[in-house]
Design a protein around this ligand. Sequence first.
Ligand SMILES: Nc1ncnc2c1ncn2[C@@H]1O[C@@H]2COP(=O)(O)O[C@H]3[C@@H](O)[C@H](n4cnc5c(N)ncnc54)O[C@@H]3COP(=O)(O)O[C@H]2[C@H]1O
Ligand SMILES: Nc1ncnc2c1ncn2[C@@H]1O[C@@H]2COP(=O)(O)O[C@H]3[C@@H](O)[C@H](n4cnc5c(N)ncnc54)O[C@@H]3COP(=O)(O)O[C@H]2[C@H]1O
Lengths: 141, 141
Amino acid sequence: NRIAELVLRPVTSLMIRADNVAIVSPFHTLDHALLVLTNSGYSAIPVLDRASVVQGTIHTNLIMNAVAGLNGYEMDSLHDQTVESVMSREVPRIHSGESMLKAVELMINQPFLCVEDDAGKFVGLLTRKAVLGTLYRGFRE
Amino acid sequence: NRIAELVLRPVTSLMIRADNVAIVSPFHTLDHALLVLTNSGYSAIPVLDRASVVQGTIHTNLIMNAVAGLNGYEMDSLHDQTVESVMSREVPRIHSGESMLKAVELMINQPFLCVEDDAGKFVGLLTRKAVLGTLYRGFRE
Ligand SMILES: Nc1ncnc2c1ncn2[C@@H]1O[C@@H]2COP(=O)(O)O[C@H]3[C@@H](O)[C@H](n4cnc5c(N)ncnc54)O[C@@H]3COP(=O)(O)O[C@H]2[C@H]1O
Ligand SMILES: Nc1ncnc2c1ncn2[C@@H]1O[C@@H]2COP(=O)(O)O[C@H]3[C@@H](O)[C@H](n4cnc5c(N)ncnc54)O[C@@H]3COP(=O)(O)O[C@H]2[C@H]1O
C-alpha cells in the first residue's frame, strides 16, 4: 500500500528535467556525438530535433560499428557522417501522464524512457536508477 | 507478501550463469576488448583473471577516453595497451547467498552485479533487467 502508492506516482515526479539531459541533434556529425557521449560518460542519449521531438537514440557502440572497417577503425569518417544516419529510430518513450507501474514494465527492456507531453514534446528522462531508488525506499518502509 | 516473497529470493535464481556472460581478461589488449564490447553490444562487462575472480569492469567509454588525443583518436595505440591499465577497479559485487532486496539496493547505482561464491569466484551476472522483470511480475499479481 506503500508500494501501491509508489507505483501510482506520475513519472514526472521522478524524471530528470529536459535541460539536465545530454542530447544531440539528428544533423550533428558523429565526431560531435562521440565527444558528447565520452565526455558525459553515458553509453546512450536521446536525439532531439529542433521542435524538441525525440527522433531516436544514439549509442557509442552504434558509432563504433559505423566506423569499423577491414583495416581498423576509420575515425576520420566520423566527421562525414550524421547522427541521423546511424541512430536507432526505436524511441523508448512514455507519456507524462503515465504512472510508475507502466514505467517499470517498459524499463525491463529499456535503461531510460523519454517522457513526452501531449504534443509529443520531450519534457524529461526517466531512468532505471530513479525507478529502482523509489522501489527500494518503498520496500524499506 | 507476494512482494515480500520476491524480495527474499536468492540472487542465484535470477542471475545469468557465468558461461553466458561476456568477459575479458586483464591482460587482453584494448583492441580485443573493444571488439568484444562492440560485437556483443554491451557497454560494460566484467574483467576476470585466470582464477575466475573479478578484477574490474571495462567500458567502451573508458577505452575511447584512453585513446583520445589532441589530434583525434589514436586507434593504433589500442594494441599496445592492456585492459588492466584502464579498467575500473571498483567491482559491483554481491555474494551468492544474498537476497533480491540487497540486490535492489545495490542496483540503484549499478546496472549489473557480479555474483560471487564463498571463495570469491565469479558464478554469474545479475542485471537490472532481471530484477525489474521480477518486481513487475510481483506487482501484477
Ligand atoms: N555520470 C554518472 N554519475 C553517476 N552514475 C552514473 C553516471 N553515468 C552512469 N552512471 C550509472 O551507470 C548507469 C548506466 O549508465 P548508462 O550511461 O549506460 O545509461 C544511462 C544513459 O544512457 C541514460 N542517461 C542517464 N542520465 C542521463 C542524462 N542526464 N542525460 C542523458 N542520458 C542519460 O540513461 C541510462 C540509465 O541511467 P541510470 O542512471 O539508470 O544508470 C546509470 C547510473 O546508475
Ligand atoms: N543484446 C541485447 N539484447 C537485448 N537487450 C539488450 C542487449 N544489450 C543490451 N540490452 C538492453 O540494454 C540494457 C543496457 O545494456 P548495457 O550493455 O548498457 O548494460 C548491460 C551490460 O553492461 C551488462 N550485461 C548484461 N548482460 C550481459 C552479458 N550476458 N554479458 C556481459 N555483460 C552483460 O549488464 C548491463 C545491464 O544489462 P540489462 O540486461 O539490465 O540492460 C540491458 C538490456 O535491457
